[in-house]
Design a protein around this ligand. Structure first.
Ligand code: TRP
Length: 329
């Protein structure tokens, strides 16, 4: 029994880390059992900012697909495909762009932010395509008439825009589209190993693809209470990044660890060793699945082609309705 249809996507940016997993993918893996899901690798979205050098795109798509499969996204339960393989995304984006007021796009809060941030990183995103980023997201979602979109807080303004475009289209032509709703997860935010937001640009990530050894190594580098010199010093878990990780990954032991830390009964090295072993165990199934898929490019291509085929059927039906509504017959 399905609770409805979901659409979501991720950009293949080649930076998938454990924070991204906890923030979104972990939730998708749960949702696949309750909803009819369309999950897309948004390569066209990647082009809106990384258009100048596209040589890494195939690798990034491959790696993201590997991340999804290792996380447990099941190709038999979901429609998994590459955005650009279903040309209706581009077609609908164009048609919607005709009736979207420029001011709606210019006032999206992420637009001006990113224009500044990416501009300062030397990327010129004063482009038509970048302005249309949320327009393309709208096309992605409404093409499948998805009622639900699992996205993070940062994407909420984009969903709001999608709803406005849907309302405008439905009134102006015919009620073809469904207004999508955000599906917020209560995912906790995983900090980086230095306590700041986990981000590739800070060099503080734990890569989602990390095997047991790399995982142990990254956990060993997690920042702890800086005031603690000797392991018999009384620690303060409230300022310890490793403790935050224990709270997320080691619910069974976290109470004892807090007590031992405050009492000066466990050192930071031992405490992080416990954490590392716990995380290695939690990630074990995912690492096994990764090994099953790694290098199997033919298999992955087959999955993505089968997904695109299914997606095209739905997309073509919607496009026929859109064209009829707009008298493009
Ligand atoms: N912009 C989203 C992100 O960076 C990815 C995305 C593209 C998306 N199209 C979408 C998300 C449609 C939800 C729905 O995370």
């Amino acid at each position: 029994m399905s609770k409805g249809r979901i659409f979501s996507a991720m950009q293949p940016s080649g930076r998938f880390h454990l924070g991204n997993y906890m923030g979104a993918l972990e939730n998708w893996v749960k949702l696949q059992n309750e909803y009819e899901c369309f999950f897309s690798i948004a390569d066209l979205h990647a082009l809106t900012s990384a258009y100048a050098d596209t040589s890494q795109l195939p690798d990034n798509v491959y790696n993201l697909m590997l991340d999804w499969l290792s996380a447990g996204l099941d190709p038999d339960k979901n429609v998994i495909f590459i955005q650009s393989h279903v040309k209706e995304h581009a077609e609908l984006h164009l048609l919607l762009s005709m009736m979207t007021p420029l001011s709606w796009l210019e006032r999206v809060p992420t637009y001006k932010d990113k224009l500044q941030n990416l501009g300062s990183q030397g990327k010129d995103i004063n482009t038509y395509g970048f302005l249309g980023y949320p327009e393309l997201m709208t096309a992605d979602i409404v093409l499948y008439k998805a009622g639900w979109v699992p996205v993070g807080e940062d994407q909420q303004p984009h969903l709001e825009l999608a709803r406005e475009i849907v309302r405008r289209f439905n009134l102006m032509y015919k009620p073809v589209f469904v207004e999508p709703q955000g599906l917020m997860s209560q995912a906790a935010v995983l900090p980086g190993i230095d306590g700041r937001k986990m981000s590739k640009s800070y060099g503080n990530t734990i890569p989602f693809a990390a095997g047991p050894d790399e995982l142990r190594e990254r956990v060993r580098m997690i920042v702890t209470d800086p005031k603690r010199i000797k392991k018999t010093d009384k620690g303060n878990p409230d300022v310890c990044v490793a403790f935050k990780f224990h709270q997320l990954f080691n619910k069974e032991e976290v109470g004892q660890i807090e007590q031992d830390c405050r009492g000066g009964c466990i050192g930071c090295v031992a405490c992080k060793k416990k954490l590392a072993e716990k995380m290695v165990t939690i990630m074990a199934d995912m690492h096994v699945r990764r090994q099953e898929y790694v290098g199997k490019t033919d298999l992955m291509r087959d999955i993505l082609e089968a997904g695109a085929k299914k997606a095209r059927v739905v997309a073509a039906e919607t496009m026929a309705e859109v064209k009829e509504a707009m008298h493009l017959v």
